[in-house]
Ligand binder design. Structure first.
Ligand SMILES: Cc1cc2nc3c(=O)[nH]c(=O)nc-3n(C[C@H](O)[C@H](O)[C@H](O)COP(=O)(O)OP(=O)(O)OC[C@H]3O[C@@H](n4cnc5c(N)ncnc54)[C@H](O)[C@@H]3O)c2cc1C
Length: 458
């Protein structure tokens, strides 16, 4: 049967843009449907605007720290609307670049939300399109549990377009989005509390990293409240939707906040797709079920990125798209390696991590040793800040390979990218030791770990 397109992509986010652009540049007839803005979560309401906000909030600490270096800062003021609107202009510029990129590659961009008619047909704005293959790349969306007053909170989506900043905010959640936004608000001089129902923030990260980061967040001014749950939320003035919110916590206490951000997880964005019409099944957490070649339970329908609830990161969605294109059009079997993916949390201080945590290495029964140090970075000898930096490295005793590297401190995200290459290449402790350090940096600690830094493990 002749189809209108070789490939129809649903969602022009990180994975969808890459898949459609590369397929079209190989000469295939491709269309992509996007219901919102080109570039998806990362460009519009994720990585990019968030990082711009992180930069803005770092000045909040920077002005204070500059005094120790001889600067006087009188009359510094922050204007939220300038930051928000400059950010929006930059995002619109990026939306334009994405549009040009797709257009130049020959991809037909269709504005609107797509849903399935059958396994080879989708509908957008009442019009049907047929394709030999359909790729679901619709990402994920914030999950906010339902409770009394849940309509009075915002998700990360709204944080990028707030009319004004409150003087006091509550962030609920313990994952990377929660700690990043707590850092942003705190740096922008908002009195910020971070409430998490568990024992420690950042589940899944190395335990030393979690404990250390949590203490550093407190030092930076965030009121971190662990084992804290919200019972219900009410308007302080029931007649005024814009009035402050009264949060009643599970321990019986109550407190007013101008803004409440719920960063309590993300769920696959499949609601309006009508996947049953294509015979596409769901797996855990409502994620689209795929095999190792990204094929769903329907032979002509594929899925990648956040909607599959694998590792929810932009570079992962992009690499998955490249692997899928190689499989479809060059016949290369997919052998996607999800190990040693470096990642950063752009909290303040930042976290960089690659490879196994101490707990993961233990669970795998690996015989390993740990080098660990924490210190006051040189900058803070004059800045007056009491922040410290943590560095940690795991070495497999069997073959001397470095199997994990973790850092909490300035520039961790930048530093961990290089270490990601070393771990991917299978570098040993001896390779690290043979590398000349860059002085004076914090990063050089990773190549100077000696027996003195060996951690005593229980
Ligand atoms: C606040 C925040 C911060 C983040 N920070 C980072 C970070 O620092 N680093 C990092 O690597 N990752 C980060 N991420 C995660 C990253 O944004 C995602 O992993 C990435 O965008 C996933 O790409 P994707 O292609 O799967 O989906 P998305 O980029 O989410 O794209 C999906 C697209 O599909 C569209 N869509 C949905 N349904 C339909 C439909 N029915 N029809 C047509 N279009 C549809 C959506 O509008 C969207 O544009 C962050 C996410 C958030 C929310």
């Amino acid at each position: 049967m002749a189809y209108q397109y070789d490939l129809f992509v649903i969602g022009a986010g990180s994975g969808g843009v890459r898949a459609s652009r590369v397929a079209a540049s190989k000469g295939y007839k491709v269309a992509v449907a996007e219901g919102s803005a080109l570039g998806g979560t990362c460009v519009n309401i994720g990585c990019v605007p968030k990082k711009l906000f992180v930069y803005a909030s770092e000045y909040g600490h920077g002005f204070g720290e500059a005094a120790g270096f001889g600067w006087t800062n009188e009359g510094t003021k922050f204007d939220w609307s300038v930051l928000r609107d400059n950010k929006t202009k930059e995002i619109e510029r990026l939306n334009g670049i994405y549009g040009n990129m797709l257009g130049n590659a020959g991809v037909e961009v269709i504005s609107g939300f797509a849903s399935f008619v059958d396994a080879h047909t989708v509908m957008v704005n009442g019009k049907t399109y047929t394709a030999e293959r359909i790729l679901i790349a619709v990402g994920a969306k914030p999950f906010i549990p339902e409770f009394q007053g849940s309509d009075l909170v915002v998700s990360s989506n709204e944080m990028f377009y707030l009319d004004s900043l409150p003087s006091k905010a509550l962030v609920v959640g313990g994952g990377y989005i929660a700690v990043e936004f707590a850092g942003i608000l705190n740096g922008l001089s908002v009195d910020t509390s971070l409430a998490y129902r568990g024992d420690q923030l950042l589940r899944g990260f190395d335990e030393d990293v979690r404990a250390f980061a949590s203490e550093e967040y407190k030092k930076s001014g965030i009121d971190v409240r662990l084992n804290t749950g919200v019972d219900r939320i009410e308007l302080v003035d029931p007649e005024d939707q814009a009035s402050e919110r009264m949060v009643h916590f599970k321990d019986g206490t109550s407190e007013r906040f101008g803004l409440i951000l719920y960063a309590t997880g993300r769920v696959p964005n499949v609601g309006s797709l009508e996947l049953d019409k294509a015979g596409v099944e769901f797996g855990k957490n409502g994620a689209v079920k795929i095999d190792k070649n990204f094929k769903t339970t329907a032979d002509s329908v594929f899925a990648l990125g956040d909607v599959t609830d694998n590792i929810q990161l932009t570079p992962v969605a992009i690499k998955e798209a490249m692997a899928l294109i190689d499989y479809w059009f060059d016949g290369k079997e997919v052998d996607f390696d999800y190990d040693n993916i470096p990642t950063a949390v752009f909290s303040q201080p930042a976290i960089g991590t690659v490879g196994l945590s101490e707990q993961e290495a233990e669970a795998r029964g690996i015989d390993f040793r740990v080098y660990q140090t924490d210190f006051r970075a040189m900058k803070h000898t004059l800045s007056g800040a009491t922040s410290r930096t943590l560095m940690k490295m795991l070495v497999n005793n069997a073959d001397e390979k470095v199997i994990g590297a973790h850092m909490v401190g300035d520039y961790s995200g930048e530093i961990i990218q290089g270490l990601g290459i070393a771990l991917k290449a299978g570098a040993t402790k001896a390779d690290f030791d043979a590398t000349v350090g860059v002085h004076p940096t914090s990063a050089e600690e990773f190549v100077t770990f000696s027996a003195g830094a060996l951690k005593e493990r229980k």
